[in-house]
Design a protein around this ligand. Sequence first.
Ligand code: GDP
Ligand code: CA
Length: 325
Amino acid sequence: MKIVVLAGGHGGARYTRGLRAELGNPPATEITVIGNTADDLVLHGLNICPDLDTLMYTLGGGLAEDRGWGRSDETFHANEELAAYGVPGSWFGLGDRDLATHLVRTQMLTAGYSLTDVTEALCARWLPGVSLLPMSDDRVETHVVVNDDEGQRAIHFQEWWIRYQAKSRAERFIYVGAPEAQPGPEVVPALMNADCILLAPSNPVVSIGAILSVPAITSALKQTPAPIVGVSPLISGRAVRGMAEQCLSTIGVPRDAASVARHYGSRQSDGVLDGWLVDEQDRDACADLAEDGIATSALPLLMTDVNAAATIASESLRLADRVRL
Ligand code: GDP
Ligand code: CA
């Protein structure tokens, strides 16, 4: 059985860890994770891939679990030194251990390796138990058009998210480079040959939305014979963590699980979903989705620990079986 997961960072990594636990370790099933790379940035000359790293560290046992990002047992001396020199960019939490990952990645990219190859090389150390694929080897960056005291301008998503804590009102998101970007070489084959495709409970706009902004990925999702099941990142209209609510408001999608499903759309009407997992609290509000061609199942969706995430993953697979053509 071949399972493909589309994932951002935190929500995607926790969900995938549950899926891996559900399937056994080493898994009897092949798991491929297509990670969002539109959060990537170049800072201090380094290529940083926040979502790929969160996936790699979480699945490889190197994540700072309390913080939810970056390395465990981390210090931030280099970042403090950069700030002391007055170098801009110290708002980004660059850890000393984490720095090594970015140095290796940057050196390999500079030497001409693709991001897909570099990610595989980094994973040789972390052994995440899945094939981790960047959505694209091409540069794609989510930019945010903000309008605040400093006027209207487009800034990098990470600056909006981390530096401004998403407080500057976002007027628009732009996936710069996406229209021309090609999926990583193994991405479309993985989607077309999958037995089941899962959309992790990741941010629908800046994680899953960014992956879907690569045209050939969305085309493959519309064409693949595999059933596609998504998991709602919203419970009772609230994002469990992060700022999905602000992102949804910006693109004009109401902040509830049913509206996110309608935003993804049913594959019966040119969308990308066959099934949608919602929290128990949203069961009634999502009952109508069947009329739109999206089958639903409801259970507690809070990933309090690996077991809870494994239960959610297991139900995703059951729903995928139910909607399999
Ligand atoms: P990021 O790239 O690090 O922001 O992470 P993702 O995009 O992968 O995940 C962020 C999303 O995960 C947020 O919209 C959260 O609502 C969602 N999320 C986080 N924890 C949970 C959880 O326990 N259950 C569910 N259903 N969603 C969660
Ligand atoms: Ca992210």
